[in-house]
Write a protein that binds this ligand. Structure first.
Ligand SMILES: C[S@@+](CC[C@H](N)C(=O)[O-])C[C@H]1O[C@@H](n2cnc3c(N)ncnc32)[C@H](O)[C@@H]1O
Length: 351
C-alpha cells in the first residue's frame, strides 16, 4: 500500500473514479469533495470500500489529500519525492517565482532534510517579507502594526530550533531566541538598538514584536543596517544618546574575530577582550538611564580547546557600571549550540 501522500492521492482518484464511474479526475475530485463533506453514514458503499482498501480516514482524505490536486505540478512532484505534506502546502501557496527562489535558498542550506531546509527557507522569506526592506527617513525600522505579543518561554534556559549551517557560519542568532529575549525584557513601544546587527535578526524580530529598532554593523548584512564600528559609536542618522530602552551587543566569537581581525589590533585573547570591552563602553551611552544592555556570547570549541568569554562579558558589563539583572541560556534542539545572554541594567538617572 503506498503511503506517500502524492501516490495515495493518485490511488484514491483512480479507485474512486472506477467505483463512482466518474468520467475524469476533475469529476472524481469534485465528487469526492462533495461526498466527504456529508456525514459518513451517507457514503455510498463503493466509497466506503475504497477508503477501507486504501486504509484512509475521511478527514485525511478530504483535508489533506484532495488539496494536493489543486497544487502546482512541481509541488505535487516534490511531495511524491518525499517533501512533507505540511511543507508542500506552504510551498504551494507561493508564486512560481517565489517557489524557485525558496528552492535556491534551501539548496544553499546544508543542514537537515530537504523538507526542513525548504521549511526554513519559506520561514526566512516570510519574516523578510513582513519587515520593511529599508528604514524610515529617521533611520529606524518602524514597528509592525500587527505585533506578535506572544509571551516569553518560561524559565531561564530556552530551547530553540537548530540554526541552519549557513546562518551558523554567519554566527546569526535564531529568531526564536531573539523573540524570547524581547518578550522577557522589552515593553510595547520600546526602542531597541543593535550595534552588531549582522544579518539584522534583532531588527526583524523587534519589528515583528511591535518595537522600533536601529541597527548597525561594520559589515551590514541587510539593507536596513547602518554601517558603523561599535568601538567608535557616532551619534547621528537617528541614533542619539540614551535613545534606547534595550541595546544589543552580539560580538563575533573569539575564533570568528581571529579570522577577520582588523589589521593593527592586539592579537590573542587580550585583543579580543579589548574589543568586547570597547563595544560595551561605547554601547552604554546609547542606553537610556535605567535601561538594559543585552550582551550575547557563544562558547567556541575548536581543536580540543574551549573559549567561552562569558566571564569576560560579565566583568566588562560590571566595569561599565551596569548591574547584571538577567542571565539566560539558549540551547538548540540538538544540544549542539549554546548562546549565553547576559542582561545588564544601567544606573537610573539621579533624582
Ligand atoms: C555574532 S555576529 C552578529 C550576528 C547577528 N546578531 C545576526 O543575527 O545576524 C557578530 C557581528 O559583529 C560584527 N562586528 C565585528 N566587529 C565589529 C565592530 N567593531 N563593530 C560593529 N560590528 C562588528 C560582524 O560583522 C558580525 O556581523
Amino acid at each position: 500500500m503506498p503511503r506517500n501522500p502524492a501516490r495515495l492521492y493518485r490511488a484514491l482518484l483512480s479507485r474512486a473514479g472506477d467505483a463512482l464511474s466518474t468520467p475524469d479526475d476533475a469529476a472524481t475530485r469534485s465528487a469526492l469533495y462533495r461526498l466527504l463533506r456529508t456525514p459518513p453514514e451517507r457514503d455510498p458503499p463503493e466509497l466506503t470500500a475504497v477508503l477501507k482498501e486504501l486504509d484512509l480516514g475521511r478527514s485525511y482524505a478530504r483535508n489533506h489529500l484532495l488539496s494536493l490536486g489543486a497544487w502546482p505540478d512541481d509541488v505535487a512532484r516534490e511531495v511524491e519525492e518525499g517533501l512533507p505534506l505540511r511543507v508542500g502546502r506552504r510551498l504551494a501557496r507561493l508564486s512560481e517565482e517565489e517557489r524557485n527562489a525558496v528552492r535556491v535558498d534551501a539548496r544553499s542550506d546544508r543542514d537537515g532534510t530537504w523538507g526542513q531546509r525548504v521549511a526554513r527557507a519559506i520561514e526566512r522569506r516570510r519574516v523578510l517579507a513582513a519587515a520593511p526592506a529599508k528604514t524610515a527617513p529617521d533611520g529606524w525600522l518602524p514597528p509592525s502594526e500587527t505585533p506578535d505579543l506572544s509571551p516569553a518561554p518560561p524559565g531561564e534556559a530556552w530551547r530553540f530550533p537548530v540554526v541552519a549551517e549557513r546562518e551558523r557560519r554567519a554566527e546569526a542568532l535564531h529568531a526564536a531566541l531573539v523573540g524570547a529575549i524581547l518578550a522577557r525584557w522589552a515593553e510595547p513601544g520600546d526602542a531597541v538598538v543593535d550595534l552588531t546587527a549582522g544579518t539584522g535578526t534583532v531588527g526583524l524580530v523587534a519589528h515583528a514584536r511591535g518595537l522600533r529598532c536601529w541597527s548597525s554593523d561594520v559589515t551590514p548584512g541587510a539593507p536596513f543596517v547602518h554601517r558603523m564600528d561599535a568601538t567608535d559609536v557616532r551619534f547621528g542618522r537617528g541614533l542619539t544618546p540614551g535613545c534606547a530602552e534595550l541595546v544589543f551587543l552580539h560580538p563575533p566569537t573569539y575564533y570568528a574575530w581571529v579570522r577577520d581581525r582588523p589589521a593593527g589590533s592586539v592579537e590573542g585573547r587580550e585583543g579580543y577582550a579589548a574589543l568586547v570591552a570597547e563595544m560595551i563602553v561605547h554601547a552604554v551611552p546609547v542606553v537610556r538611564p535605567g535601561g538594559l544592555l543585552v550582551v550575547i556570547g557563544r562558547p567556541v570549541r575548536e581543536g580540543g580547546v574551549v573559549h567561552t568569554a562569558i566571564g569576560e562579558l560579565q566583568r566588562e558589563l560590571e566595569e561599565a557600571g551596569t548591574t547584571l539583572v538577567g542571565y539566560h541560556l539558549g540551547v538548540d534542539e540538538r544540544g549542539s549550540e549554546d548562546w549565553h545572554v547576559l542582561v545588564g541594567r544601567t544606573a537610573r538617572a539621579a533624582g
